[in-house]
Design a protein around this ligand. Structure first.
Ligand SMILES: [Mg+2]
Length: 384
C-alpha cells in the first residue's frame, strides 16, 4: 500500500522586514520597508504595518515613499537574512530529511511516513512554528496538505502566523470557493480569459469540460485541472549537493590560542553532529571556516569516502583541516559545515574501529538531548 503523502510548506512572514523588527525593537509596530534606496529601487519586503498603506513588494520605492513618508526605509542586510535563513533551514532538517527550499524564506518539507514517529502528522504544524519562533523570534505561516500545490496554497490562506491543514478527503471542497488565480500558473491574464467564459472559482473550473478550457489553458490544461481537483503529484526534490548543515560562532573577543580554537571547534562539531543525527543525515564533505582578526576569511574542505555523522568523525576531519592552518593571527569567527548530505539512519556508518563505542555513547547523549534540549550535555571542553 502506498503511504499517504503529507507535504508541509513553510513561509516566513514578511521575512526581511520581520528580521529588522526583531533585531531593532524600536521598529516594532511601525511600517518598515526593505528594498533598493536608489532612484529606481523597488520594495523587496515590507512589514504588515506598511502593507496597510497599500505598499507591497515589487512596488517602486518612490511610490512607497509617497504612500507612507513616515515609514522606516532600509537598504537591507542580506548577510543577516541569509544567516537567519540558515538557522531556519536547520530547524527544517530536524523535522524532515527531505527539504526543498524555494527561496531564502520558504520551503517544502516531505513529512510522508512521519506518522510512524509522531502519530498524527498535523501536530508538527504548531511544533515547527513554535520552534522557529523560539529560535529566531520570527513568525512563519504553515500549510500542511497531501501535496505541494495544496500545501503552498494553505500556507497563504491565513497569513501572517497562519496554520492551515487540508486533509485529502476535504481538499476539493475546501478549495472550490477560492478564486482561480490561487492556482499557480494561472496569472491575471488567464484568470480574466476564464472569467469571460463565466469561470471565477476553482470549483467552477474543476467542473468544466477540458475541451472548453484547452483554447485558453493550452498545454497546461491537464495540470491546472488536476490542481482544481486538489491533485498534484510533484515530489519534494532534495538537491543534496546544495544542501549543507553548519554552525558558526563570532567571538566578542578574538581567540588567540590554537587550543582555545580547537575546543570551540569540538563544540561546533557536536552541534552539527547532533543536527545531522536528529535529521537522519550524513555528509561527505567537512568545511572549516576561520575568520582572522584582519577580517580575512579562510575556508578549507575535505571530502571523505564514507559519510560523517558522529561528532568524533566530524572532528577528525576538522582537526586535520585545522592542522594545515597557520594559527598566527587572532581568530574572530569559527565555523563547521557538513555538505553533500545524504539520508543516513544512525546504524549505517562504520568509520573508525571505535565507531560502535562512539555510536553507543552518542545514542545515550542524543537521547538526553532529545528529552531535555540540546544544552543539557556536552562531551567536555577538550576535543578528542
Ligand atoms: Mg515569505
Amino acid at each position: 500500500m502506498q503511504l499517504k503523502r503529507w507535504i508541509m510548506h513553510v513561509d516566513m512572514d514578511a521575512f526581511f522586514a520581520s528580521v529588522e523588527q526583531h533585531d531593532h525593537p524600536e521598529y516594532r509596530g511601525k511600517p518598515v520597508v526593505v528594498g533598493g534606496q536608489s532612484g529606481r529601487g523597488v520594495v523587496s519586503t515590507c512589514s504588515y504595518e506598511a502593507r496597510r498603506y497599500g505598499i507591497h513588494s515589487a512596488m517602486p520605492m518612490a511610490q512607497a515613499r509617497k504612500r507612507c513618508p513616515q515609514a522606516i526605509f532600509l537598504p537591507g542586510r542580506y548577510d543577516r537574512y541569509r544567516e537567519v535563513s540558515g538557522e531556519i533551514r536547520s530547524i527544517f532538517h530536524t523535522f524532515s530529511p527531505k527539504v526543498e527550499p524555494l527561496s531564502i524564506d520558504e520551503a517544502f518539507l516531505d513529512l510522508t511516513g512521519m506518522e510512524k514517529l509522531v502519530g498524527d502528522v498535523t501536530c508538527l504544524g504548531p511544533l515547527i512554528k513554535s520552534r522557529i519562533r523560539e529560535q529566531t523570534g520570527l513568525t512563519a505561516s504553515v500549510g500542511l496538505a497531501p501535496n505541494k500545490f495544496l500545501a503552498k496554497l494553505a500556507s497563504d490562506l491565513e497569513k501572517p502566523d497562519g496554520l492551515v491543514i487540508i486533509r485529502p478527503e476535504e481538499a476539493e471542497k475546501k478549495i472550490a470557493p477560492l478564486p482561480i488565480d490561487r492556482i499557480y500558473g494561472v496569472g491575471r491574464h488567464t484568470a480574466l480569459a476564464l472569467a469571460r467564459i463565466g469561470l471565477h472559482t476553482i470549483g467552477q473550473l474543476a467542473a468544466c469540460d477540458p475541451a472548453v478550457l484547452r483554447p485558453i489553458l493550452g498545454k497546461n490544461t491537464e495540470i491546472i485541472l488536476n490542481c482544481a481537483h486538489g491533485l498534484d503529484d510533484r515530489p519534494v526534490i532534495v538537491d543534496e549537493k546544495r544542501q549543507s548543515l553548519g554552525r558558526e560562532i563570532t567571538f566578542e573577543e578574538d581567540l588567540v590560542t590554537r587550543e582555545d580554537c580547537l575546543a570551540v571547534l569540538w563544540d561546533l562539531c557536536q552541534q552539527v553532529g547532533w543536527r545531522l543525527r536528529s535529521s537522519q543525515l550524513g555528509g561527505h564533505t567537512a568545511t572549516l571556516k576561520i575568520k582572522t582578526a584582519d577580517f580575512r576569511l579562510h575556508t578549507r574542505s575535505e571530502t571523505a569516502e564514507l559519510p560523517m555523522q558522529l561528532d568524533e568523525e566530524i572532528m577528525y576531519h576538522i582537526r586535520r583541516l585545522a592542522d594545515g592552518f597557520n594559527w598566527q593571527q587572532p581568530v574572530r569567527l569559527l565555523g563547521v559545515t557538513i555538505s553533500h548530505l545524504i539520508p543516513l539512519s544512525d546504524q549505517e556508518t562504520d568509520f573508525f574501529g571505535e565507531t560502535t563505542r562512539n555510536r553507543k555513547r552518542s545514542a545515550a547523549i542524543d537521547a538526553l538531548k532529545q528529552k531535555f534540549g540540546e544544552g543539557i550535555i556536552h562531551k567536555g571542553s577538550r576535543e578528542p
